[in-house]
Design a protein around this ligand. Sequence first.
Ligand code: UGA
Length: 433
Amino acid sequence: MKIAMIGTGYVGLVSGVCFSDCGFSVCCLDIDEEKIADLKQGKVPIYEPGLDEILKRNKEAGRLSFTTEPMAAIKDADAVFMAVGTPSRPGGGEADLSFLFAAVRSITPHLEDGVVVVTKSTVVVSTNQRIYDIISDLRPELKFSVASNPEFLREGAAIKDFMEPDRVVIGVHDEQGEALLRQLYAPLNLPDERFVVTSLENAELIKYASNAFLAMKVTFINEVANLCEMVGGDVLEVSRAIGLDNRIGRKFLNAGPGMGGSCFPKDTRAYAATGVKYRAPQRLIETVIQVNETRKINMADRILDVFEKPINKTAAILGIAFKPDTDDVREAPSLTIIPRLIENGMKVRAYDPEAMEVGKTVLDDVSWCESAVEAARGADILVVLTEWGEFAAIDMSEVASAMAGDIIFDTRNILPAEKVSGAGLKLMRVGAA
Ligand code: UGA
C-alpha cells in the first residue's frame, strides 16, 4: 500500500510518519522547498516528542520520503491524504479552504484509477463533496473515491494519540473508501466499537463538535474559577469533585489563562460561522469564543492590578507556548498578555523551554532568558503561563533570591503552595481567593 500525504504541517507530518511506522510506504509532499529539504535530512520543523526518532527510523528503512513534486508523491498511491491548513479567514470566523482546494487541483492531474482521496484537514460540512466535484470536473473519466478522516491529535502527545486513539472516524460514500481506510488503520488493532464508519457530513461535524465541546468544557471551568475567586472557593477542589462524576469526567477541567493553540480558537470560530450559515446558531460556542478572548485580557489586567503604578515594574513570564511539550505559540495567552503588559509600561523577561525561537518572531520588546531563574532576576512579579513540568519543580528559594518583588501568579495552578510560601513569596492563583 502506498500513501501520499499532501501537506507537512503538524497533522500531515505526524500522520505520514506514523503511517510509515505502521509499515506503509509514505511519500509526503509540500510546496515549501526549504521544509522538504530539511525533512530529507531528517530535520523536523516542529517540536513534538518522539517524532524525530520515528521519522529517522522509517526514512532509513526506505518507507518514508519527502518531495515537492506532486507526480512523485502521487504515482501509484492507493490513498492520497489531504492535510493542508484551513486557517480562519482574515476578519471572519469561517475556515479558509482556498489552500486545500488549490492543493486538490494541483494533485488531480496525477491521480490514478482506484485512488481514494482522504481529507485529514479540519473542514466544514460539505467540503468533501466539493472536493469530489472539483476532481470529477477536472477528470470526468477518473474512477476514484473520497473519504473524510478527521484527526484528534493533541500537540505534545500526537504520536500516542495516533497510535492509540480513542476512536478513528471515517466518513465515506462508498465501500471502496471504507475498505481502504480499514486496511490502513488495521495495524492499530482497534476494537470495532472504536472504529466509526459514517457519512462524509457526519465525519466533518464530529471533528468540529468534538473540539467545540472540549473548548466549552475548558471555558466552563475558567468561569467557575472566576466565581471561586469571588466567594472564597478553590477551583482545584471544585473541579476534582465534579470531574469524579463519570458523566462529566475529570479531563479538560483545569482552569487556566484561556485556551489557545492552532485548533480550539480557529475551530470554534469556524463551527460558530457554520451554525450561522445554516441557520442553526451555536450560541454556546459563540459565547465560549467571547469569554475566552476576554479571559486572556483579564489575566493581563490581574497582573497590572497588583501594582499601584505598573510603569517600569518587571514581570517574569514562564511559558510562551500555548501548552507544554510544544513550541507552538499560535493564539497562546502569552501573545495577548505580554503586549498588554508592555503597552501599560511594564518590562517583560521571559523564558520557555522550547518556544523562545518562535516567540522571538512574534513578540517584541521582551528580554529573553536562558532559564526560569534567570527570568526571575530583578522581577517584581513572576507569572507561570504554561504548565511545563520544569516549572512545577522549580526551586522557589532560588526564585525568591533572584526576584526583586515577592508575588508569584500561577495561572495553571501547578506550583506547590507550601514551597512558594516557604520561600517567603506570596502566591496568587486562578480560581482561589
Ligand atoms: C486539540 C484537541 O485536544 C485535539 O483532540 C485535536 O485533534 C486538536 O485540537 C486539533 O484539532 O488538531 P491541541 O490544540 O493540541 O488539541 O490542544 P489541547 O490539549 O486540546 O489544549 C487546547 C487549549 O486548551 C490549550 O490552550 C490548553 O492549555 C487549554 N486547556 C486544555 C486548558 O486550559 N485546560 C484544560 O483542562 C485543557
